[in-house]
Write a new protein. Structure first.
Length: 427
């Protein structure tokens, strides 16, 4: 049958679609490590994530979690850092290590056929990293230099300060790097953190791509055969200690012509019933290019190239932050307009057509997230690490589809009181 090229395909409203999260397989390796794997690829490529309780929440001192992640590939008893890099390059693979607020993640991207050669190397990196003294010193010099460069940027300083003001400088989410603290980093502290927190007995493994029982067997043969020593990792309680003063003006560059604006407040994490409805409201307010903040402050007033509002839901609590950079002459004007948009959300219900556009944007984004094995794996990983099931995904879709202007207005009245927001300006 010949396709009629003169007739365009029908345009469907994203709200009309049915959204189903592809199922993920769950099993236990021979030694008890939980594995979640997803067969949803067409190319012979695989992504494997090893997740550890080794984020900033667990570190015993400043900068240790980032140092451990940054140095994990610096050498083992068998391999030097150079040999590790050469092996990854030879097989066309990529290995990333990153420490976040709660978790540290080791991620391998590889062709499936190379897993038998690569998995023993990754196993050695995870279980036998030695953190050579010279590599530690190189890491410290590089990290300090990068920090000094970043501290010249107003937006970097503003990001540091808003978190510190919201959570407190001693809280893991509010703590930030300082040159003198980095200089005091020692190998012994990094190694101790690594041995305590990068333990396979406390790991979760996620694998996605073109995956079959063959790839699962590869993984089990390497990571599932070693007897594990269970090390109890206690998730300590860290009290949030927001600073009393809400308005802060910081001079970072006396000759600067641009300033960074951050308005933020504490906000519950994903387990709170208001979180998913707030995703919709935040998107309308400042969460995408067509948002109210962008339409007003960028398109109408011309104060900035971009302004966004974002939610940061962490395991131990979250925040909501509005961030933009403007010329110093219009900083006050931009803040006034942000407050005006907050008040408008509180005082008037959103237009039905505007809300439909936001719903279509969010649901369209979900369709994109379900297009490809790595994106689906990321969606499942977020659910599992936060203690959710597929039902949470379905509930999110339901709320995106059915939330009303009246519900959003009530939510705005609860969370968009301008007096509740911390205001940080760095020039």
């Amino acid at each position: 049958m010949t396709t009629n090229r003169t007739t365009p395909p029908a345009i469907h409203d994203a709200v009309e679609f049915e959204y189903k999260l592809p199922a993920i397989n769950s099993e236990i390796l021979d030694n008890g490590i939980p594995l979640y794997w997803l067969d949803a690829g067409v190319q012979d490529v695989v992504q494997i994530d090893w997740i550890f309780p080794a984020g900033l929440w667990y570190e015993s001192g400043p900068s240790i979690a980032h140092a451990a992640a940054g140095l994990l590939k610096s050498g083992t008893s068998k391999y030097t850092s150079g040999q590790i890099s050469e092996a990854l390059e030879f097989y066309g693979a990529q290995l990333k290590v990153a420490a976040g607020n709660d978790f540290a993640t080791v991620t391998l991207y590889s062709l499936s056929k190379h897993l038998p050669a690569l998995l023993p190397i990754v196993y050695d990196i995870i279980t036998d990293s030695t953190f050579p003294e010279n590599e530690v010193e190189i890491h410290k010099r590089n990290a300090i230099q990068k920090l000094l460069v970043n501290l010249r940027q107003c937006e970097f300083v503003a990001n540091q300060q808003i978190d510190a003001f919201l959570f407190g400088e001693k809280h893991p989410y509010g703590r930030y790097s300082r040159k003198e603290l980095m200089e005091n980093l020692v190998r012994a502290d990094i190694l101790r953190f690594y041995k305590s927190n990068y333990t396979l007995a406390n790991a979760k493994i996620f694998m996605g791509g073109k995956v079959s029982k063959t790839e699962v067997k590869y993984l089990n043969d390497v990571f599932g055969k070693t007897e594990l020593e269970k090390i109890s990792i206690v998730r300590d309680t860290h009290a949030i200690s927001s600073v009393p003063e809400k308005i802060h003006r910081i001079t970072n560059d006396p000759n600067g012509v641009q300033g960074a604006i951050r308005l933020g407040r504490l906000f519950p994490n994903r387990h709170h019933p208001d979180y998913t409805p707030m995703v919709v409201l935040n998107t309308l307010f400042g969460g995408y290019f067509g948002s109210r903040l962008m339409s007003n402050i960028r398109e109408d007033k011309g104060y900035t190239y971009g302004i966004y509002s974002s939610l940061s839901p962490e395991i131990g609590g979250g925040s909501m932050i509005i961030h933009t950079e403007t010329g110093t002459a219009v900083i006050d004007g931009a803040i006034t307009e942000i407050h005006r948009e907050m008040e408008l959300l509180c005082n008037e219900p959103a237009d039905a057509e505007e809300l439909l556009l936001v719903k279509n944007y969010l649901l369209g984004g979900l369709l994109g997230d379900l297009d490809g094995p790595f994106q689906i794996l990321q969606r499942w990983r977020s659910l599992i690490l936060n203690g959710f099931t597929e039902e949470q995904f379905n509930n999110n879709v339901r709320i995106y589809k059915t939330i009303t202007p009246a519900e959003l207005q009530a939510l705005a009245q609860k969370y968009y009181n301008t007096k509740d927001f911390y205001e940080v300006v760095v020039v």
